[in-house]
Design a protein around this ligand. Structure first.
Ligand code: FAD
Length: 285
């Protein structure tokens, strides 16, 4: 089974790609190059993250509308509710709907430093959006538990509530052990969740940054990864190849286990995500 080629295993792979709003003209050019290249793989949707300050937030709205207008792809803005009033959120939702944006990635966002209890959780945002219009909604899921959750069971209860509120799918936090995802998927089924749980794949080219970020998000970086990336601090080419290889191994196992949809944290680059999609059997038109 391990020698079976992924492209022979199944043909119906669906992918989505996540981008973030660029902050310089050079980054903007990189983003558009990546969008154009990844578009050829016919993603189900692409999404754009939503930052913590209002400048980047406006950029999310603009880029989403641009992607839709220029490429015709389904473009899903991320939207966080943590520091917006319900009325502001309703306005944003109405504006998106009026602009033909029908898909939203609904999130709470991180609690700002010094604040304690949030005024809303993502379940409340899903309810608010659904009340406003019949959006297609993705929410977040955490195979290794959200850092604030008291237990994984609590997190699963929350995820079930998000689906009951109207979410169409959950996209997971990234992870590096296929088993972590597969066990989580089993727990979701046991919880009575029948919506799609889409693995979030992060192809790692900057290992040092990953280690910092993984610590903040409660994601385990296995020892074998430390060993793989050892000695590559000044060798981006090798890091890229390792990143692609690690992710290809993982999506192969997931695919063999029946996973059909994959969400890629592209970090606005197309090279690794494109190659991993290729390994999944996807080809440009
Ligand atoms: P929630 O589902 O509200 O859960 C947050 C925490 O609160 C969990 O610990 C949960 O168990 C707990 N909880 C939920 N409901 C209750 C309740 N009723 N009572 C008590 N506790 C409760 N962040 C951004 O700022 N911008 C982005 O664009 C962005 N995109 C993301 C995309 C993906 C795919 C993922 C996985 C994360 C993304 N994030 C983004 C990060 C996300 O905002 C943080 O992880 C945030 O801390 C939690 O968001 P959530 O939607 O999971 O929150």
């Amino acid at each position: 089974k391990l020698n079976q080629h992924i492209a022979d295993i199944k043909t119906e792979v669906g992918v989505s790609f996540e981008f973030f709003p660029p902050s310089t003209p050079v980054m903007e050019e990189t983003l558009w190059g990546s969008i154009e290249r990844l578009k050829t793989l016919k993603p189900k949707f692409v999404s754009v993250t939503y930052g913590a300050n209002s400048g980047t937030r406006d950029r999310t709205h603009e880029i989403i509308k641009d992607i839709k207008a220029k490429t015709g792809m389904v473009a899903a803005p991320h939207l966080t509710c943590i520091d917006a009033s319900k009325e502001e959120l309703r306005q944003i939702a109405r504006d998106y709907w009026a602009n033909d944006i029908r898909s939203i990635v609904a999130l709470r966002g991180d609690i700002p430093e010094g604040e304690s209890k949030p005024h809303m959780y993502s379940t409340d945002l899903v309810k608010l959006l659904k009340k406003e219009a019949d959006f297609d909604i993705s929410v977040a899921a955490y195979p290794e538990k959200h850092p604030e959750a008291s237990s994984q069971q609590f997190d699963l209860d929350v995820l079930k509530a998000k689906f009951d509120a109207g979410a169409n799918r959950a996209i997971t936090q990234f992870f590096f052990d296929a088993e972590t995802f597969l066990r989580f998927r089993d727990k979701c089924v046991k919880q009575g969740i029948d919506g799609d749980i889409v693995p979030g794949i992060l192809p790692v080219s900057n290992y040092k940054t990953l280690v910092k970020f993984a610590g903040l998000t409660n994601v385990n970086v296995p020892d074998w990864m430390h060993k793989l990336y050892q000695g590559t601090d000044n060798d981006p080419m090798t890091r890229n190849l390792i990143g692609a290889s690690v992710a290809m191994d993982m999506v192969k196992v997931l695919s063999q286990e029946g996973v059909k949809d994959f969400h890629f944290y592209t970090l606005n680059r197309s090279d690794l995500s494109y190659a991993i999609c290729h390994s999944l059997g996807l080809r440009p038109e």
